[in-house]
Design a protein around this ligand. Structure first.
Ligand code: GDP
Length: 369
């Protein structure tokens, strides 16, 4: 009776279902209804149709275009590039804000709250992410809707997880291109989230106007634990979880960060980065954090740095795109790949020097082109 979990056991083979015995091994015809065709694939939308939808603010069209940006298929890529090109004239009119912090710093909690705060003033908000370690199916998925519960319900918010794993350059380029489409769709606030570990902060910094660093107090190594380079990129440092017993330590950390910042050379923008405390979870001092962001934008708009930074970023992305395309053109060439493997063996077995091996591979590549 109680062989319920045996492999032959189908619930309907239970004594209670006698007469309904399910037999295995009965061959099924391959197609039940020979006249039934598979549902035809949805027609591929043209770049023009996508752009029209995006400019109307159609979220489905926007999502589809972003999917094409992320696609590896050359066909999708060429549609995507056309869409981006056509959206460019309508882009640029937004505040792009980068948000970083180590896992657990409270990024998703904070973005949820910051986002709602921003949307109370009207407009639209897109939350994008750069996480080179992420794959859709596993691991951390920055920008995942479930992480920003209230924001994801908001009709004026568009949340998109990080493009899935790939080279940082590739992931960052896709996010940068997605910004263009979001802006064309009328999103006048863009958040770009990244995990505060590794190189992705630099990538985010190179595509935003304001870079917000979320920190925690009370770990005892506030200043040692964070890379100097990241602090230098920050336009604002905010210490989260300044609530309950943690208020004192948060204020202490604030004082430490402030004095550390004084040791840094003046910023290019002339803006003096600020250090504030807040609580994302209890929604304390949220307007204060956002006042700082507002003041920053007033400041850099007035002194011309806003425009200058965007131009430098445009040049940076042109170069990054060239670098990335050259690399992928090189490494995706099957003959080069084969030759590389062979040369690597020779180098590893000491039969050839790295330099001559590299030169020969490059010569083969350039001569072929
Ligand atoms: P993320 O990994 O940076 O996105 O961090 P999360 O937003 O997921 O937050 C990590 C943990 O910290 C969660 O358990 C949050 O509930 C908690 N948390 C976030 N913000 C606050 C805060 O302001 N105060 C307190 N006490 N906890 C917080």
């Amino acid at each position: 009776m109680d062989n319920h979990h045996h492999h032959h056991d189908h619930p309907e083979n239970d004594a209670r279902y006698l007469g309904l015995t399910v037999n295995s091994g009965v061959n099924q015809p391959p197609v039940v209804n020979p006249y039934m065709k598979r549902r035809p694939r949805r027609r591929q939308l043209s770049a023009g149709e996508l752009v029209e939808g995006i400019l109307k603010g159609d979220v489905t069209m926007l999502s589809q275009a972003v999917t094409m940006i992320e696609s590896l298929s050359p066909e999708h890529q060429s549609v995507a590039q056309e869409v981006i090109e056509k959206c460019l004239p309508y882009s640029g009119k937004s505040r792009r804000i980068g948000i970083t912090g180590v896992p657990g710093a409270g990024k998703s909690t904070s973005i949820d709250v910051f986002g709602l705060h921003v949307l109370r003033g009207g407009g639209k908000l897109a939350v994008l992410a750069i996480d080179p370690s992420s794959e859709r199916t596993k691991g951390s998925i920055l920008g995942d809707k479930t992480r920003m519960e209230r924001l994801s319900q908001h009709p004026s918010a568009f949340i998109r997880p990080s493009p899935s794993a790939g080279s940082l350059g590739g992931v960052a380029r896709k996010t940068r291109e997605t910004i263009v489409l979001c802006e064309a769709a009328g999103y006048n606030n863009i958040f770009v989230e990244t995990v505060g570990v590794g190189q992705s902060e630099t990538a985010v910094h190179s595509m935003v106007d304001f870079f917000l660093l979320i920190q925690l107090a009370g770990t005892g190594d506030e200043l040692q634990g964070i890379k100097r380079g990241i602090m230098e990129m920050a336009d604002g440092i905010v210490i989260n979880k300044a609530d309950g017993d943690n208020i004192g330590p948060a204020q202490l950390a604030q004082a430490q960060f402030r004095s550390a910042l004084h040791l840094f050379p003046p910023t290019e923008s002339g803006w003096q980065p600020e250090v504030l405390t807040y609580s994302g979870y209890y929604e304390l001092a949220i307007p204060e954090v956002w006042d700082m962001v507002d003041r920053y934008f007033e400041f850099v708009n007035a002194n011309g740095y806003f425009e200058r930074r965007r131009l430098h970023q445009a040049r940076y992305w042109m170069r990054e795109t060239i670098d990335e395309q050259l690399r992928s053109h090189f490494y995706n060439n099957p003959e080069i790949a084969a030759m590389l493997a062979e040369k690597e063996m020779r180098v590893l077995s000491n039969r050839q020097s790295s330099f001559t091996a590299a030169r020969e591979v490059l010569e083969a590549y350039f001569n072929e082109a």
